[in-house]
Design a protein around this ligand. Sequence first.
Ligand SMILES: Cc1ncc(CO)c(N)n1
Length: 226
Amino acid sequence: MKFSEMLRAKADASWQASFDHPFVTGIADGSLPLDSFKYYMLNDSYYLSVFAKVQALGAAKAADLYTASRMAAHAQGTYEAELSLHENFSKRLGITPEDHAAFEPAPTAYAYTTHLLAVGYTGTLGEIIAALLPCYWLYAEIGHRLQGMKPEVEIYQEWINAYGGEWFDTLVKEQIDRLDALAELASPAERLRMEQHFLISSQYELSFWGMAYSLEKWQAPVMEVL
Ligand SMILES: Cc1ncc(CO)c(N)n1
């Protein structure tokens, strides 16, 4: 069994909980309140801005120029997705520059990105890809599962199309193959860290839906701190 398949099997319970989460099923059937989707978009913009940095940290840690260039290309791809999906959606959802200015990441978005940054700065490229992979792979699986659903809310349909398409599949497959190649070279201790990072990111993906669905907030405002 490939290393990636072993990780996917171990994460299955949290992935199934993501598939069944009311945020995800609410996108599929159009019942998700727009306020939750708006809150998701704001937090996801923040999330993706850190995600791109961690991809770039992966580029810095690559053993060869080709891999460095691919990780950098993925960081660039995140930037472009961020621009096209989020700027377009922000306008249509009525998210204003003031909303962005007043925005502070919710506790779960902050914790998840802090986890990614910790692995980005302390980990090997294998560890970094293990931490980033649930973000790619889970969304691709959700995109596929939701293909063919026709929510009345146009933005939800576009969200499904973005993650269910071939463009995203190719990126995900590339990183799965890279993870398997790096796992072959890794020591047992590094492979264990890769597994931990993957499972923790999978848990945070699940928490991220709950965060948006419940409009999760800090107990006290932290605007001055973050
Ligand atoms: C939280 C989260 N995970 C994964 C993706 C997919 O890139 C995303 N946009 N946001």
